[in-house]
Design a protein around this ligand. Sequence first.
Ligand SMILES: Cc1cc2nc3c(=O)[nH]c(=O)nc-3n(C[C@H](O)[C@H](O)[C@H](O)COP(=O)(O)OP(=O)(O)OC[C@H]3O[C@@H](n4cnc5c(N)ncnc54)[C@H](O)[C@@H]3O)c2cc1C
Length: 202
Amino acid sequence: MHYDIVIIGAGPAGASAGIFAARAKKNVLILDEDNSGTKKAWIDNHYAVMGMTGYDVFETGKKQAEKFGAKLLTTKVLNLVPVADDCSEQDKAAQEGTAGRFRLTTEDGVFDASIVMMASGSSKELAKSLDMKMKKGSEPGTGMVIDVDAEGRTSIPGIWAAGLCTGSSMHVAVTAGDGARTAIHILSEMNGKRHVDHDMMC
Ligand SMILES: Cc1cc2nc3c(=O)[nH]c(=O)nc-3n(C[C@H](O)[C@H](O)[C@H](O)COP(=O)(O)OP(=O)(O)OC[C@H]3O[C@@H](n4cnc5c(N)ncnc54)[C@H](O)[C@@H]3O)c2cc1C
């Protein structure tokens, strides 16, 4: 199955990006192995949220992305490869009508994506397996993180990243914002014009 955007991780960064991408009518798949550190938190420092369990933040974020049409699958992404690098895969995908720039193998199936967004929290194995450019994180205990440009692009064209895996922050308010911000840049690039998502009360 081919998706416009596949997001790896449904924590604050990934679900927030999924909300923006799904609202923009993109065909979005969020893959999450249900291992978010956020679920263990008590969130008392998020703007306009008067205290909430991290579990509720995590579950509500996923439901909100689904509400706007994102598909969510609880599974581990085992492998991510650029399809363009593999001619036999490219031919097969073209025949199947699933051609995309990336192929993700999970515990529950194989998916193709035009764009991949990594929002994998403390897990950076996939990025390392792709030889993605990494850098030393500045947050305590984060180790090496994915090196992204100011808009969220990794060193591999078509793969973007946001949240804790990029070392943006160890705080939900910031990682959720980082996911949204990166999604806006992805959508602006995909659509060829600056993406704005505003609703009005009336
Ligand atoms: C105990 C604890 C307390 C905290 N308290 C606070 C607090 O009070 N206030 C605050 O602001 N922040 C707090 N935080 C920090 C906050 O939860 C995180 O720093 C931040 O929100 C991370 O968001 P994220 O979306 O980048 O990553 P995460 O929430 O970690 O989400 C990453 C997701 O990626 C998925 N994933 C990773 N690899 C794969 C793969 N290969 N395939 C599929 N899925 C994958 C994981 O399952 C996970 O759900 C706390 C964290 C912890 C652990």
